[in-house]
Design a protein around this ligand. Structure first.
Ligand code: SF4
Length: 189
């Protein structure tokens, strides 16, 4: 009897998971081994809050606005960032001690995680970019694209709600003597 041809079911459209060998526990351990890290948790990117008002806080309240290529208006607006976040399954939310090298740490973690198979890994830090004395803004070409990363807030992420959603600690800074809570995020998959 003639064998009937095998029916190949096409792959389901949607999000493809990156081939990382790292479990949630291993990712948190990797982050916690870095200097200045208080806590690290795996969260769902769906719980990362984006909002239109965040850019107003950059534009009317931060001296870094428009000063570098990692700050608004040069960064993805909230709706674009939402689309980016919706393309991931896992993210690593990291709480830092004041004065920590947040951006350098998320860049290092992004690289570590990428090299273990998560090709979509991307880090977001806190605050403007201080890698160059004067940003290459007028030329529009970043001098250190491998190290320069935007902050979460620069991409329209409401850091307070995101941190609360994760059950982690953050407080509004009320007085100059108060130490702020610094956070970074690494999108993984
Ligand atoms: S690395 Fe330099 S050129 Fe790139 S965003 Fe930062 S300050 Fe600007």
């Amino acid at each position: 009897m003639k064998e009937s041809p095998k029916v190949i079911t096409p792959a389901k459209p949607g999000i493809r998971k990156a081939n990382t060998v790292l479990s949630n526990k291993e990712l948190c351990t990797l982050a916690k081994a870095r200097p200045g890290v208080i806590e690290a948790r795996i969260i769902s990117p769906a719980s990362v809050e984006t909002a239109g008002w965040v850019r107003l806080k950059c534009q009317y309240g931060c001296s870094g606005y428009g000063s570098c290529l990692t700050c608004p208006p040069h960064t993805p607006p909230p709706d674009q960032m939402r689309t980016v976040l919706d393309g991931y399954n896992r993210a690593l939310l990291i709480h830092f001690t004041p004065g920590s090298k947040v951006k350098a740490t998320v860049v290092a973690l992004e690289r570590d995680i990428f090299l273990r198979g998560a090709w979509k890994a991307f880090g977001l830090g806190a605050g403007p970019c201080y890698l160059c004395k004067n940003c290459a803004l007028p030329d529009g070409q970043c001098r250190h694209p491998e190290d320069a990363r935007p902050s979460m807030e620069a991409c329209g992420i409401d850091v307070y709600t995101t941190v609360h959603n994760a059950g982690m600690h953050i407080e509004v800074v009320r007085i100059h003597q108060q130490c702020p809570d610094f956070y970074g995020l690494v999108l993984i998959d």
